[in-house]
Design a protein around this ligand. Structure first.
Ligand code: SF4
Ligand code: SF4
Length: 343
C-alpha cells in the first residue's frame, strides 16, 4: 500500500496556482517520506510535439524548480528522441522545439544522444525482456523527478508516470522494442538508395541494392536507421502496439527505467485530452481538470489518477491502460493499492 498525495484543481485554476500547489505537494512528499534530494536531480518532462497546445508548459513546473534550487539542487530537464519522424526525432531538432515551447529555464539533456543511439542495457527478469535499452542519460541519472501530464493515449490507454518511464526513458531502440518488437523495414518506393542508413547501421545489417533490405538476423533493433534516413523510408511496424502484450512491454520498460532509483513522481491532471502530447494537433479536453498528485510509487500514482477520473466522469475512460498497471505491479514497480491523502 502506497501513499499518494493529492490536491484538487479545477479547469479555472490558474497555471501559477497549479505550480504553487505542485511545489507544496513536492515539499510534503519529501518531508513525509523522509527523502533525500540529489543535487543533480533531473526533471523528466515532455516538451510537446509541434502544433500540440495542451502539453504542460514550463510555467506548471516553476514552483517545483524554485523549491529544488532553494535546496541547492542544480536540476536539468531530461528527454529522449521519439521513434517516429517529427520535430523531436534528433537531438538538434528536439532542443530547438523545446526552446520554441518555452523550456528555457534549465539545461536540457537529450538522454539518448543525437539520433537515439546512446543507451545502457538494464537487465530485468521480465516476461518479454531480459535487457532493456534505457537512454544513457537516464541510466546515468542519480535521481529523477518524473513530471507527467495525465491524459489519454491512443495506444497505451493513458499517458502518465508509467508512460513517462517506459517510452519516455527508452532510447529509440527501446521504443522500437515496445512498439514493434521487430526489425524495421525499408519502403522500396520512397527509398532513393543513398546508402546513408547502411553507413550508419552499427552492425552492417542493411544491404542497398535494387531492393534495399534489412537483415533481421543481424539487426539489433537500435532504430538509428529510422532517424538517419532523409526520406523517412525506414519504418517500424507499429501495428504490434495494438496487441495485448504491448501493455506488458510498456510495464517492463517502465520497471527497467525506474529500477534502483530513488525517484519522485508528480502528475498534473489538467487539459485531459483523448490523445497524447506527442500529437501535433489542437485537441479539446474531454474531462474536467482533476488535480495534482505526488508519490514515490508510479503505479499507485497512475492508479489514483485513473480512479479519480472515473469518479468525476462516471465513465471508465482510458481503462485499457490498467493492463500496464497490473503488469507493472507484478514486476514489482509499485502497488495498485494506495491511500489518497488530500493535503
Ligand atoms: S537512408 Fe533512406 S533513402 Fe537512403 S538508402 Fe537508406 S532507406 Fe534508402
Ligand atoms: S538495421 Fe541497423 S541501424 Fe537499423 S535498427 Fe537494425 S541495427 Fe539499427
Amino acid at each position: 500500500m502506497s501513499d499518494v498525495l493529492f490536491r484538487p484543481i479545477t479547469s479555472d485554476t490558474p497555471v501559477n496556482e497549479v505550480s504553487r500547489i505542485a511545489r507544496e505537494l513536492l515539499s510534503d512528499l519529501v518531508i513525509s517520506e523522509n527523502l533525500t534530494l540529489h543535487p543533480e536531480i533531473v526533471l523528466k518532462v515532455h516538451f510537446g510535439e509541434k502544433g500540440n497546445v495542451t502539453y504542460l508548459s514550463q510555467d506548471y513546473f516553476a514552483g517545483m524548480i524554485d523549491y529544488l534550487e532553494e535546496r541547492s539542487c542544480k536540476p536539468s530537464y531530461i528527454e529522449t528522441n521519439v521513434l517516429y519522424r517529427g520535430e523531436r526525432t534528433t537531438r538538434e531538432r528536439h532542443l530547438k522545439l523545446a526552446l520554441e515551447h518555452g523550456f528555457n529555464r534549465l539545461p536540457i539533456i537529450i538522454a539518448d544522444g543525437e539520433h537515439g543511439e546512446e543507451y545502457s542495457e538494464v537487465h530485468i527478469h521480465g516476461k518479454h525482456f531480459s535487457r532493456c535499452k534505457i537512454a544513457k542519460g537516464v541510466a546515468d541519472a542519480p535521481q529523477m523527478l518524473v513530471l507527467s501530464h495525465f491524459k489519454g493515449h491512443y495506444f497505451s490507454g493513458f499517458g502518465g508516470a508509467l508512460k513517462q518511464l517506459a517510452m519516455g526513458c527508452a532510447a529509440r531502440g527501446g521504443k522500437l522494442d515496445q512498439h514493434a518488437g521487430q526489425t524495421p523495414h525499408i519502403n522500396f518506393f520512397t527509398c532513393k538508395r543513398c546508402g546513408l542508413c547502411a553507413a550508419k547501421c552499427p552492425v552492417g545489417a542493411i544491404r542497398i541494392g535494387l531492393f534495399p533490405r534489412i537483415d533481421s538476423k543481424s539487426c539489433v533493433g537500435c532504430a538509428a536507421c529510422i532517424s538517419h534516413c532523409p526520406r523517412g523510408a525506414v519504418q517500424a511496424n507499429m501495428l504490434r502496439s495494438l496487441s495485448g502484450s504491448f501493455f506488458e512491454r510498456l510495464a517492463e520498460y517502465a520497471y527497467a527505467a525506474g529500477k534502483d532509483k530513488p525517484n519522485l513522481y508528480v502528475s498534473i491532471a489538467a487539459n485531459i485530452t483523448r490523445g497524447c502530447d506527442c500529437m501535433g494537433l489542437k485537441m479539446k479536453p474531454i474531462a474536467p481538470d482533476l488535480g495534482v498528485f505526488a508519490s514515490t510509487d508510479p503505479v499507485a500514482l497512475d492508479t489514483a489518477c485513473l480512479d479519480l477520473l472515473a469518479r468525476h466522469t462516471g465513465r471508465s475512460l482510458f481503462k485499457r491502460g490498467r493492463r500496464t498497471l497490473a503488469h507493472a505491479e507484478k514486476m514489482g514497480l509499485g502497488s495498485r493499492e494506495y491511500t489518497l491523502r488530500e493535503v
